[in-house]
Design a protein around this ligand. Sequence first.
Ligand SMILES: Nc1nc2c(ncn2[C@@H]2O[C@H](COP(=O)(O)OP(=O)(O)OP(=O)(O)O)[C@@H](O)[C@H]2O)c(=O)[nH]1
Ligand SMILES: [Mg+2]
Length: 261
Amino acid sequence: MCMTCGCGTSHPHSHEHAHTHEHGHSHGYTHAGQKGRRLSLEQDILAENNRYAAANRVAWRAQGVFALNLVSSPGSGKTSVLVRTIEALRGAVPLAVIEGDQQTDNDAQRIHAAGVPAIQINTGKGCHLDAHAVGHAAQDLPLSDGGLLLIENVGNLVCPAAFDLGEAHKVVMLSVTEGEDKPIKYPDMFAAADVLLLNKIDLLPYVDFDVAQALTYAHRINPGVRVFQLSARSGEGLSAWFDWLRDGVDSARREMPQQSR
Ligand SMILES: Nc1nc2c(ncn2[C@@H]2O[C@H](COP(=O)(O)OP(=O)(O)OP(=O)(O)O)[C@@H](O)[C@H]2O)c(=O)[nH]1
Ligand SMILES: [Mg+2]
């Protein structure tokens, strides 16, 4: 079990054991003695994840691969935007996708149907991808140098914030059906992301969602976050997102070390 977020992820080489209380009931607080142990386990797990993430980052930089980690709550439209992105860039940019979900390979099938190689990582009880599993999946994917690697994380606005996968950028998605207060309720995720995709803007006439307020909250948490307002349904706003992706791919290719070319 992952002690960092309390989920059921089995992190490689972590050796923590379930602790049972003799009085046989669970409660929401931690005994003082356990607190130090829990903190050090969290640090170990994150440090180990960071080592794998650093190795992924080195490998992807050497290959000129532009890697993005897409995060949001369940159902914001991550896969829908990925399918639209594939339809727009396929043929012009080498593409591959890693899909994270607790169960099913539904999303990987949607990506395959769009004509791009995809690997599904099922996390079981885990609520986020980790750098070790993603590194292995990336090695198994056919992706040419200078390509775009899109990683869809498990739908969850909390746990994926702490786990670097080696990506160039975290991209957080918020849809207009979720409420404008999400950036201040889940600040870690919005602080960790370089890009915010505000999706489902086709629904704005039908929902109470204050775009200006949402963006004020997002910029309060993360003043530098880059925002794209878009709709995977209508296509509105997608071209600016595609341009940003093309620029990122071009930069990753330019920064590729000479000896790897
Ligand atoms: N109206 C509207 N619906 C959308 C849009 N984008 C996605 N949807 C719908 O939202 C639902 C969820 O979309 P997905 O793409 O599966 O969302 P997801 O974030 O990948 O979901 P998980 O992988 O389960 O976290 C589907 O019914 C989509 O058709 C959009 O821009 N507008
Ligand atoms: Mg999805």
